[in-house]
Design a binder for this molecule. Structure first.
Ligand SMILES: [Zn+2]
Length: 337
């Protein structure tokens, strides 16, 4: 048992890194790509543990309990640095040139206690061009015993010189069944909840774990879906009131509309006769979905799907929030005769 076992759904990537360690063929730079919360940093951190673990045999590394392993897990190891971009307002994170310069300097000092000096640089796609350029030389000729691990959503958004100097490990979304099994067996989440989270996670194991521990996101999602389904029984006045209420928290609207979008996607699938429940997002509300699919006129689900998508774009382009919502809600089908 090593901490490699904590990696869910990326067994092939673990195999690649383990065999590099086993045969002493570790590269000096890695680029781990994949969507948010899919486990990129967890993989990088586990690799750092394996590189510096003090357990006797390479097959026992990372043991998870030695000084090196525990310090790395706690992000307190003097020779393992985690570099994350700094907030540059509006929720945007940027990796700045000062951070890269500081990192370059630190990497030039010899390791204080470990075999390797390691830098894990998160979201390298958030580096501004000058920061990325300042890192090229380090990436080309890193000091001895330095291992660099970059993470990014997509290698294609980086300067081409970056991935060309790294070994790329492209992580893919974790299959829903793997997420479900991990939630049940490792986090002791009840079956029904595990199925639901695995469906909603969209392959993001980190999201599923976070939401298994903190139920807020799920509770909020329920409220947002209730609001949508209530609107079907509302007159124009009632729908205006819902729009009015929602317009008061504009920062929550993109997430809310994405939740509604998944609802309409589910209904569209059912209305075209898709019978595979495994493809539904809101499997926990399938009875309601089946009912609505029968009551709504043909074509209304797909029209609502498109209308919701369009409204998301309008909001992004700073259109009048209340007007967009009113227009959207009035366009949704009704259950009133
Ligand atoms: Zn260890």
């Amino acid at each position: 048992m090593t901490t490699w076992d904590n990696i869910i759904g990326h067994e092939w990537a673990v195999d690649v890194l383990r065999s590099a360690l086993r045969y002493d063929r570790v590269g000096h730079a890695y680029l781990i790509t994949g969507p948010e919360q899919i486990g990129k940093t967890t993989l990088a951190r586990t690799f750092a543990q394996a590189l510096n673990c003090t357990a006797a045999g390479p097959e026992e590394r990372p043991c998870g309990v030695c000084r090196a392993c525990t310090l790395i897990a706690a992000e307190k190891h003097p020779d393992v640095r985690l570099v994350t971009g700094e907030s540059s307002g509006r929720g945007k994170v940027t990796l700045k040139i000062d951070q890269i310069r500081e990192l370059n300097q630190a990497l030039n000092l010899t390791a204080t206690e470990a075999r390797y000096k390691i830098a894990i640089i998160e979201q390298f796609d958030s580096a501004n061009p000058s920061a990325a350029n300042a890192f090229l030389k380090t990436l080309e000729e890193p000091p001895q015993n330095v291992i660099l691990v970059l993470t990014a959503t997509d290698a294609e958004t980086l300067l081409p010189t970056i991935p060309s100097r790294c070994r790329t490990i492209a992580l893919r979304p974790v299959p829903a069944r793997d997420i479900q099994e991990a939630l049940e067996t490792r986090w002791f989440v009840a079956l029904e909840q595990a199925i639901l989270l695995a469906h909603l996670a969209d392959g993001r194991i980190g999201w599923a774990i976070e939401n298994a521990e903190d139920g807020t996101a799920l509770a909020e999602r329920e409220e947002q879906l209730d609001l949508l389904t209530e609107s079907f029984g509302q007159t124009r006045v009632g729908r205006f009131a819902i729009a009015d209420k929602l317009a008061k928290t504009p920062e929550k609207l993109p997430a809310l509309l994405k939740i509604w979008l998944s609802w309409w996607r589910d209904l569209t699938l059912l209305s075209v006769g898709q019978k595979d429940e495994g493809s539904l997002t809101y499997i926990d509300r399938k009875n309601e979905l089946y009912g609505l699919a029968e009551q709504f006129p043909a074509g209304s689900a797909v029209a609502s799907l498109q209308h919701t998508e369009q409204s998301l774009l309008y909001l992004k382009s700073n259109a009048n929030t209340r007007l967009v919502l009113e227009n959207l809600l009035l366009g949704y089908p009704t259950l009133i005769d």
